[in-house]
Design a protein around this ligand. Structure first.
Ligand code: C2G
Length: 131
């Protein structure tokens, strides 16, 4: 069976996250999702996620289109994760376009267009304005 792998933080889960996971699943096969750890977000992005890694993993694991989740502990381990899960295809949003082409010796690499006008950062900013 084909295995599709994707990665993300999936903090403050929104429809843009849902869309890419559903599109990835529609490629056929099982969908494996690497959810980035709290420590990885703090180290690489300088932000503690709003939702904890266990909640973010729980939300993603609860989706009908997702077959398996694991904790992504380092951005540098992508090749290892691809091998570990025997992935045939790596899917990411096109904000990452070109950034994962170096893994095309291991599997197909596909970028889907991001869902416009929604992001975790925007949601956090909007919520902050509420009194
Ligand atoms: N996404 C999307 N449309 C949006 C927002 C996000 O298609 N409006 C996609 C992103 O392109 C990504 C996935 O949803 O493929 C998860 O997004 P983030 O949670 O922002 O993940 P990110 O922090 O970019 O991933 O190894 C990658 C890391 O785990 C980081």
């Amino acid at each position: 069976m084909k295995t599709i792998i994707t990665f993300g933080t999936f903090d403050v889960f929104h429809v843009g996250h849902l869309n890419i996971l559903q599109r990835a699943k529609q490629l056929g096969g099982q969908l494996v999702v690497g959810v980035s750890s709290d420590a990885l977000n703090i180290a690489k992005k300088g932000r503690t996620p709003v939702y904890s890694q266990s909640d973010r993993m729980g939300i993603v694991a609860g989706l009908k289109c997702v077959d398996r989740v694991f904790l992504e502990e380092s951005l540098e381990l992508k090749a290892d994760y691809i091998r570990q899960f025997n992935a045939n295809m790596l899917v990411m949003g096109d904000d990452w376009a070109g950034r994962f082409d170096s893994f095309s010796y291991l599997c197909d690499v596909v970028y889907f267009p991001r869902t416009p006008a929604i992001s975790t950062t925007t949601i956090i900013e909007v919520v902050k304005t509420y009194k």
